[in-house]
Design a protein around this ligand. Structure first.
Ligand code: SAM
Length: 286
């Protein structure tokens, strides 16, 4: 019987004395159509290595293992490996690493476990740390081609928003810097056990070989992005004057140099304009 069968899942969990931990974001998939689709669209294929974060009882892991060359899963909950040993017994290409994905050295793990194969990330993320996990994966510039993850529906819209869209925020700009994002398909709350309060969506981030803009100081550009979106109802000039501690007259000089309209709101600015503005602020400070 499939792992997505609710009765089988209940029996399995009861036999192992397992109870769901809200704190660890444990909502397990029980909709049989979701995992095969995620694995296919996520790029699991012969010769490809897949890094999964949070395998749970292995419902997505099994679909990945069926298709990919090798699957390595990082799981925080020490109660799960004995269950996974049972549910994934038929696969010899899966390894479970017990640890916190925010602390495990993922660069070394990828180099040691996948030895040069193309690697993708595929996961149904614990929602309490969706953004920190994604930013860690992207900022550490892991050698992965794509990241396909289940996230809350609202988070999906924010993560994949383009400049000018209502949902666009600092995180959208950061994602767009490292990757080309798209929403793949929606997933209803009833697809999980226990059912969360909100619906979800699967998104895919295709990592760019190189960022689309080249600011002189990447950290400063992101400081500007965060400062501008922190007070998104204000004009970028007013928001940045406060966050950078630079007077408006002086700062408007940087806007002129960068060719950016002082009256714009953050969500209207392109990544290129943030890069140009950060270069102009950098010159101002030099
Ligand atoms: N993949 C399974 C599925 O789709 O049914 C489970 C997904 S569940 C939403 C999230 C999983 O991430 C759980 O197995 C949870 O224990 C694990 N997890 C939570 N925090 C984690 C962390 N910091 N590092 C690694 N795994 C974590």
């Amino acid at each position: 019987m499939a792992l997505t069968d609710r009765a089988r899942l209940r029996e399995l969990l009861e036999r192992h004395g397992f109870t769901f931990s809200k704190a660890m974001g444990q909502n397990f998939l029980v909709n049989p159509s979701v995992c095969p689709r995620m694995a296919e669209l996520g790029g699991a294929a012969p010769g490809v290595g897949v890094l999964e974060i949070g395998p749970g009882v292995g419902v997505l892991t099994a679909e990945l293992a069926r298709r990919a060359g090798r699957v390595v899963c990082v799981e925080l909950d020490s109660r799960l490996p004995p269950i996974l040993a049972e549910t994934l017994a038929e696969f010899d290409n899966v390894e479970i690493v017990l640890g916190d994905v925010m602390e495990v050295d993922l660069q070394s793990l990828i180099a040691e476990r996948f030895g040069g194969m193309p690697v993708v990330v595929c996961a149904n993320l614990p929602y309490y740390i969706t953004t920190p996990i994604l930013m860690r994966l992207l900022e550490s510039r892991l050698p992965v081609d794509a990241i396909t993850v289940m996230v809350q529906k609202e988070a999906a819209a924010r993560l994949c928003a383009a400049p000018g869209e209502r949902e666009c925020g600092a995180i959208s700009a950061a994602i767009a810097y490292y990757a080309e994002p798209r929403v793949l398909f929606p997933v209803s709350a009833g697809s999980f056990m226990p059912a969360p309060k909100v619906d979800s969506a699967v998104i895919r981030l295709d990592l760019r070989p190189k960022p689309p803009v080249s600011p002189g100081d990447e950290r400063l550009m992101f400081e500007l992005v965060r400062g501008a979106f922190a007070q998104r109802r204000k004009t970028v000039l007013n928001a940045l004057s406060a966050s950078l501690g630079i007077g408006k007259d002086e700062l408007s000089q940087a806007f002129r140099t960068a060719g950016v309209d002082c009256g714009q709101r953050a969500e209207r600015l392109t990544l290129q304009q943030f890069a140009d503005l950060s270069d102009a602020v950098r010159a101002l400070r030099a």
